[in-house]
Design a protein around this ligand. Structure first.
Ligand SMILES: [Cu+2]
Length: 498
């Protein structure tokens, strides 16, 4: 029954369509078929011209309206050196294609108006016009050659690598689902080597080879900080899928390809602060950054450069944002001095540390600075008796044999004493509470004497020094834990006369 009703409805609709077409046929034959067609053509031609005008006005007005939101215009002038060249290349291309676009639209619509069907007019056919062909082949050829040559110049400039001996900062960006890890080379200015087989999310996210000393000072900060007017080379990697290292404000964009390192070189020319100042004058940037806080900072004040991923690399793609800060040279140096290397905070003296038990150059220098400042403090104190714990003096277990590693600390002590020839001091030996009391007393005596002899061999007069064993009598920590006992086994330096 339902099927029958549907069939009837379809049949009825078909009948209606046929009847309607008959009506318009009838109307045409009443008016005269030709007359009706020409009237229709006139109407269409007229509205096409109106459409053309409205369309071109819309194009120009919307371009002007959104100009300041587009990269390259208004406040968004490039913040990098090569970006200015790229932007002007885009401008030149836009001018040429813009002219062609507007002219062809005008000609297209104007011709459809001018050459619409009219009574008594016949079409002219011509098979060939050499002049026309010269024009429409020649002009595009010249323009294309100009654009391509100009483009090649800018491309070669933008993609050129650093020259040997050039001054630049090298950093490394590694993309993964879904973040970027940025690695800085640290004080030595060199990134350590990596091997993907060493990657371990727990203690080696980038697969750094810890036996390469260049890795020791490499650090992985949460944000990118760079000094203004200094060339930066970014080595770009990916750990899993394709990502894209995109710094829109600097016109930097490069694929991050697993297994195929890429790079990009750019020179920031505007600090974050300068870019904000540029935004300040535009009304759309003078709104509150957070709508729920109308009195909070305005949009221009809250602006930050950003690193994004410009590859649709997965569902968390949007979260690959990282803040980029461009600062003055002095601010950059200050920021650098606050960074701690990944190795020092996560690997140093753990089981995977190839330099476990060995003092690194950096540590030797740091320890020397610390010792000198402790010594100066003790010398500056009103009363005598300040104690300096010689933290890097070690003995073989249960013996008074100085370990090799102690030489740095003792050399520092000897240097200090030679520079302060009037100072007299006591070397105190201390043990933990393990084992026999009197044996500990003997051990601490022997250890204090061993240190004194070592210093004497380095040229410090024995007359200035006294060695004293304290055994286990003055612990500085509880002897119940291994760490506490380790702290209690120590050698102390006490200034007894300035
Ligand atoms: Cu990505």
């Amino acid at each position: 029954m339902l099927g029958l009703v549907i069939f009837a409805i379809i049949a009825l609709i078909a009948v209606i369509i046929v009847q309607l077409s008959k009506v318009s046929e009838l109307a045409a034959s009443i008016k005269g078929e030709e007359e009706a067609r020409i009237q229709g053509n006139n109407r269409t031609a007229f509205w096409m011209v109106i459409f053309m005008i409205a369309f071109l006005v819309f194009c120009v007005v919307s371009a002007l309206y959104y100009k300041d939101s587009m990269l390259g215009y208004g406040p968004h002038e490039s913040a990098s050196e090569h970006g200015l060249d790229l932007d002007s290349l885009f401008d030149v291309t836009l001018i040429f294609t813009g002219i062609v676009f507007i002219l062809t639209q005008i000609v297209l619509f104007w011709f459809s108006y001018k050459y619409r069907e009219q009574k008594g007019r016949k079409a002219v056919f011509f098979p060939h016009n050499a002049m026309l062909e010269y024009i429409w082949t020649g002009i595009p050829a010249v323009v294309m050659v100009y654009l391509v040559v100009q483009g090649l110049f800018v491309w070669n400039e933008t993609m050129s690598d650093v020259e040997p001996g050039e001054d630049y900062i090298e950093i490394e960006a590694t993309g993964y689902q879904f973040a970027w890890d940025i690695r800085y080379p640290g004080a030595d200015g060199k990134l350590g080597t990596k091997n993907f087989r060493l990657i371990n999310p727990a203690n080696n996210p980038l697969g750094q080879d810890w036996s390469d000393r260049k890795n020791i000072d490499d650090f992985i900060p949460a944000e990118i900080v760079l000094p203004v007017n200094k060339k930066v080379r970014v080595a770009i990697n990916s750990k899993d899928v394709l990502h894209n290292f995109y710094l829109p404000h600097f016109r930097v964009k490069m694929d991050a390809v697993p297994g195929l390192p890429t790079y990009f070189i750019f020179t920031p020319i505007k600090t974050t602060e300068e870019y904000r100042e540029g935004l300040k004058d535009y009304p759309e940037w003078q709104l509150p950054a957070d709508e729920t806080e109308p009195d909070g900072p305005q949009r221009w004040e809250a602006f930050d450069y950003e690193l994004a991923c410009a590859e649709l690399c997965g569902s968390g793609h949007y979260s690959m944002r990282k803040v980029v800060k461009i600062v003055s040279e002095a601010e950059y140096e200050e920021w650098l001095s606050k960074q701690t290397s990944y190795y020092m905070s996560n690997v140093r003296n753990t089981d995977i540390d190839p330099f476990k038990g060995e003092l690194l150059g950096l540590e030797i220098a740091n320890r020397k600075d610390a010792l000198v400042s402790q010594f100066n403090e003790a010398m500056g104190a009103d009363e005598l008796g300040s104690i300096i714990n010689l933290e890097h003096v070690f003995f073989d277990t249960g013996s008074a044999n100085l370990r090799e590693i102690s030489k740095y600390e003792l050399q520092n002590v000897a240097d200090l004493m030679k520079n302060n020839a009037s100072v007299q001091f006591e070397l105190g030996g201390h043990t933990d509470s393990q084992g026999d009391d009197s044996a500990n007393q003997v051990l601490s005596d022997n250890r204090a004497n061993a240190v004194m002899n070592y210093l004497s061999n380095l040229g410090v007069s024995s007359a200035r020094m006294k060695a004293k064993g304290y055994g286990e009598t003055s612990p500085i920590e509880s002897n119940d834990s291994a760490e506490g006992r380790q702290a209690n086994r120590r050698t102390e330096l006490k200034i007894t006369s300035k």
